[in-house]
Structure formats: structure tokens, C-alpha cells
Ligand binder design. Structure first.
Ligand SMILES: N[C@@H](CCC(=O)N[C@@H](CS)C(=O)NCC(=O)O)C(=O)O
Length: 238
């Protein structure tokens, strides 16, 4: 299935580390990669997928969906993702939304080392747990408190703040228990990408993380780890 989408690939949304003469947006366009990621600039689930693609050194075409213009709400986009959500991965005849499923697929297919997505059942279970925790609890509560009022007519409430703090408490506990800066153990895994991009949202409201030192350290780790992309201008501006 080939769906032609009249969207643009912009220089500014490329991960910083792709901005080399070899990896400009033009050269990405010229290569006809089988893999495409429909992504919204600075959307945490989209960023998480881009970070995984980068960490796994996968060539792909980045297709920028303009959330503000509602490009994800069109019938054309619904053919890619009936949920009308971003991101969507296209790899040959596989067309799939849900960032966790995308991360797991990329890990299964391309992480031959088994580091980013461990093969050992116990280590893998922890990674899967953290991905579920992020989707069902952590990102949900962050996005309801931080992102929803930015994009929609939605008020920040004391209950929302309480839920946000509970989410941070729990993530901090998981990290503290393992005494680590990584979401699922002693090294970087695919679970770090969505948890860190969710945490980055807090910058939009200048929310300080000093009460959650392990979350703060985990977030800072992304500043120095070259596998994370650093494009966050919308969070800072909002
Ligand atoms: N569970 C989805 C959620 C993705 C998501 O929330 N994407 C936002 C953009 S960051 C979206 O597409 N929202 C559509 C809407 O609000 O109508 C995933 O993890 O991929």
C-alpha cells in the first residue's frame, strides 16, 4: 500500500546529529528508503520513535505531519492510521501506529545486539513494563496536565497536578530501586526514549524536577547521551 502524502521534510526538525553534509533532508529525499516515519515535530511519541531509529542507525524518510493544520485528521491520513494519531511507521507493507509497537518492532527486527531491546525474558519484561507504564500512566498524566492545556481548551487542575506528581514519584521509585539513570536497568533501552521524551514535556511549563532526583538524573543523561535527539524547541517556546 502506498499512500502519497503531500507533507514536507524540514531541516529544523531533523535530529541534531543527522545535520551533517551527508545527512541533509535533501539526501534523505533522494534516497528512496523503504522505511518512512510519519511524525509530528516534537510530539513525544514521534520523538521516541525517531530516537530509536537513530540509535539503531536505520535509514528512513521523515514525513512531517502538521498537527496545527490538522493533517492527521484527514481521511487520507486515516488510511495510514484509523486512530488518526501520530506517529505511523511504514516499513514495506507494514503500516502501523502506536509508538510502543513501533519501538518493539524496530528493536525486534534491527537490534541484533539485544542491548536496546533485550532478548533475555526477564530484562525484556522490565523494558515492556516500562513501556506500558509510560503509555498507561506516566505520559498520560504528563500530557493531560502539560500538553492538553497548550493545544486544547483544557484547564490545569490541582487533581491534574497531583496525578502528575504521582507519576513522577513512581518513575523515580523505579529508577531508585535499581539505582540507575536508565528506565529499565543499567543501560539504555527502547524504554528510555518514550519516558525521557515524556519528561521533556515538563520543560514547556518550566516544571522543576528537583524533588525527583532520579528522574532528573535520567533526564540529564539524555543531554549527554548521543543516542538521544536534542530537538526540543517547541517545548521551550510553549
Ligand atoms: N498511543 C499513541 C499516542 C500518540 C499521540 O498521542 N499522538 C498525538 C500527537 S503527539 C496525536 O496524534 N494526537 C491526535 C489528537 O490529539 O487528535 C502512540 O503512542 O503512538
Amino acid at each position: 500500500m502506498e499512500i502519497v502524502f503531500s507533507l514536507q521534510i524540514s531541516h529544523s526538525i531533523l535530529p541534531w546529529s543527522l545535520n551533517t553534509s551527508q545527512d541533509t533532508s535533501e539526501s534523505i529525499l533522494q534516497r528512496s528508503c523503504a522505511m518512512k516515519l510519519y511524525s509530528v515535530s516534537d510530539g513525544p511519541p514521534s520523538l521516541a520513535c525517531r530516537q530509536a531509529l537513530k540509535a539503531l542507525n536505520i535509514e528512513y524518510e521523515l514525513i512531517d505531519v502538521d498537527y496545527g493544520k490538522g493533517e492527521h485528521m484527514t481521511e487520507e491520513y486515516a488510511k495510514l492510521n484509523p486512530q488518526k494519531e501520530i506517529p505511523v511507521l511504514v516499513d514495506g507493507d507494514l503500516v502501523m501506529g502506536e509508538s510502543n509497537a513501533i519501538l518493539q518492532y524496530l528493536g525486534d527486527k534491527y537490534d541484533t545486539s539485544g542491548k536496546l531491546y533485550p532478548k533475555d525474558p526477564r530484562a525484556r519484561a522490565i523494558v515492556n513494563h516500562r513501556l506500558c507504564f509510560n503509555l498507561a500512566y506516566y505520559y498520560r498524566n504528563i500530557s493531560e496536565y502539560v500538553m492538553a492545556p497548550i493545544f486544547f481548551d483544557y484547564e490545569r487542575t490541582p487533581l491534574g497536578l497531583k496525578k502528575l506528581k504521582m507519576a513522577l514519584d513512581i518513575f523515580n521509585t523505579y529508577l531508585q530501586r535499581e539505582n540507575t539513570v536508565y528506565a529499565a536497568g543499567s543501560h539504555l533501552t527502547i524504554a528510555d526514549f518514550p519516558l525521557v521524551t515524556a519528561t521533556m514535556c515538563l520543560e514547556a511549563i518550566s516544571f522543576k524536577l528537583n524533588q525527583w532526583p532520579f528522574v532528573e538524573k535520567c533526564s540529564k543523561e539524555c543531554e549527554i547521551n548521543t543516542k538521544f535527539c536534542k530537538e526540543r524547541r517547541h517545548f521551550r517556546r510553549s
